[in-house]
Design a protein around this ligand. Structure first.
Ligand code: NDP
Length: 502
């Protein structure tokens, strides 16, 4: 095999890296150069069975381990994640193409924060049930019990963060997990599994299998899987949820969006432009919560666009490992085609006005910044968009902003809600009352006021409508990983019976 930056990536179960029974490999590619980074072992159905068997063996003991003791193990993993932040961030940058300036400050950090949050939550009694006194001699108590073996399926945009956002509450609650990363960005999987083992996680509690949709489908429909937590596209989520429904499995679905960002007339325009840029160009636009439909008052359009074009000069492409780079390539050749296809459609069919960007491959900013054969696309802004345009209706998942103008706030809110998706929404204004009133009317599970994209461990996040089922993170996030048992205790010494007399 040709030389690769990383050694071949294995499957991981029973606490160790494992080869595949099928001896099949696929390559993972560096999107900034289009060169292979590593050969990755692809799981066969027998391998998935073995990983599930490993998780099943580990479950009885891990679920009975006292929460405080589970928390101690997970907190050791948090310390290791923080100590290895830069090394893991580099892995993510190589695999996703996202700039190191992002991955070293967001991806691993926010994953570790969530692990710490759930470890502290369960260690501090967060899994305790409730007691309700019914009568003097009768009460109800509830217990929150772990579900069993859970499947985690990740998307490619925030690989290690997604793996941690799923495994943290899952393991803290006493479940075991078989995790499948996207085959587009699988590098982090084995690193994370090894780190958990080093932290003292017993063999079989966290397992990794690699492969494409067929492997994911086999895993999520497996009869020994009690719950599926999925992050990905709506269309894939529908398939996974249907197959899980057949087995009455618990599901969490974190799916796509086409989120509205509404700028109110009294706004500080510079803040609004900063927000709109973060909501469209961070991670090269590959963020599920992106505010890609930017509603601007007609009277502010010219000023907004002028300030936006000025600030677009601050987008710096180049070597993603250079800390001054803030805009990387998109993740794969296939995704580049998809994003360019939408830009082409916007120009040729939708006939939106192209304010900046477009189809041309961006030029390297300097002779030293070799952008090679990477999957580069220009940050693109369309204006004078109409609600009926395809670029306004469908999730592009790339750096493409659509500006829509409005005359009246009620009209903007109505148009913002006129979509099947409901992941995120936000409003920029100096008027406190208008902010809360507008946010209250927006149909989305994640909303921001004068901010965009921050998603701390304490904040429960999840989509409405076709954007998902359930939430991740925050206190409510643990509920998705336990089942409730209610017990009524009667100490009266008599059973109230309808059958005591003839
Ligand atoms: P996909 O739906 O294509 O894939 C997601 C995962 O599902 C991958 O691991 C994929 O494997 C796997 N998969 C594919 N087919 C099946 C199947 N039939 N059964 C089980 N698993 C399957 O999504 P993308 O990877 O393209 O991710 C981008 C999408 O994710 C966007 O829509 C984005 O909005 C959404 N997303 C949502 C988030 C949220 O929190 N709401 C967060 C991040 C992203 P493989 O890749 O190997 O084919």
């Amino acid at each position: 095999m040709a030389s690769r930056r990383y050694p071949a990536r294995q499957l991981y179960y029973d606490g160790e890296p494992r080869p595949s029974t099928a001896k099949r490999f696929f390559e993972t590619i560096d999107p900034s150069t289009s060169k292979p980074l590593a050969d990755v072992v692809c799981a066969s159905p027998a391998d998935v069975d073995a990983a599930i068997a490993s998780a099943s063996r580990a479950f009885p003991s891990w679920s009975k381990t006292p929460p405080a003791e589970r928390a101690r193990v997970l907190l050791r993993a948090v310390a290791l994640l923080r100590a290895r932040n830069d090394q893991l961030a580099a892995v993510e940058t190589h695999d996703t193409g996202k700039p190191l300036s992002e991955t070293s400050t967001v991806d691993v950090v926010t994953g570790a924060d969530v692990l710490e949050y759930f470890a502290n939550l369960v260690g501090g009694g967060g899994l305790n049930g409730e007691t309700t006194q019914l009568r003097e001699d009768a009460w109800v108590y509830t217990r929150k019990e772990a579900l069993g073996v859970c499947a985690g399926i990740g998307a490619w945009n925030y690989p290690i963060q997604i793996a941690l956002w799923k495994s943290a509450p899952c393991l803290a609650a006493g479940n075991t997990m078989v995790y499948k990363p996207s085959e587009v960005t699988p590098l982090h999987g084995q690193f994370l599994a090894e780190l958990y083992t080093e932290a003292g996680l017993p063999p079989g509690v966290f397992n990794v299998i690699n492969g494409g949709g067929d492997v994911g489908s086999y895993l999520t429909s497996h009869p020994r899987v009690a719950k599926v937590s999925f992050t990905g596209q709506v269309s894939t989520g529908q398939k996974v949820a249907s197959s899980a429904a057949g087995g009455m499995k618990y599901v969490t679905m974190e799916l796509g969006g086409k989120s509205p960002l509404i700028i109110l007339p009294d706004v500080d325009l510079d803040i609004a432009v900063d927000g709109a840029m973060m909501a469209n160009f961070f991670s090269t636009g590959q963020v599920c919560t992106n505010g890609t439909r930017v509603f601007v008052p007609k009277s502010l359009q010219a000023d907004f666009e002028k300030r936006l074009l000025d600030k677009m000069q601050h987008v710096r492409m180049g070597d993603p490992t250079d800390m001054s780079t803030n805009f990387g390539p998109v993740v794969s050749a296939q995704h580049l085609e998809k994003v360019l296809g939408y830009i082409r459609h916007g120009i040729e069919v939708d006939k939106a006005s192209l304010l900046c960007g477009g189809l041309k491959k961006p030029a390297a900013p300097s002779a030293s910044a070799d952008m090679g054969d990477g999957y580069w696309v220009q940050p693109t802004v369309f204006t004078n968009c109409k609600d009926s345009m395809r670029i306004v209706q469908e999730e592009i998942f790339g750096p493409v902003m659509c500006i829509l103008t409005y005359e009246d706030v009620n009209e903007a809110v109505e148009r913002a809600n006129n979509t099947q998706l409901g992941l995120a929404a936000g409003v920029f204004t100096k008027d406190l009352n208008a902010a809360h009133k507008t946010v209250a009317r927006l149909q989305a599970g994640i909303t921001w006021v004068n901010s965009w994209g921050e998603s701390p461990a304490e904040m429960s996040v999840g989509g409405w409508k076709m954007s998902g089922v359930g939430v991740e993170n925050g206190r409510r996030g643990i509920e998705a990983w336990v089942r409730n048992k209610s017990t009524l205790v009667d100490m009266s010494g008599a059973v109230a019976t309808a059958f005591s007399k003839l």
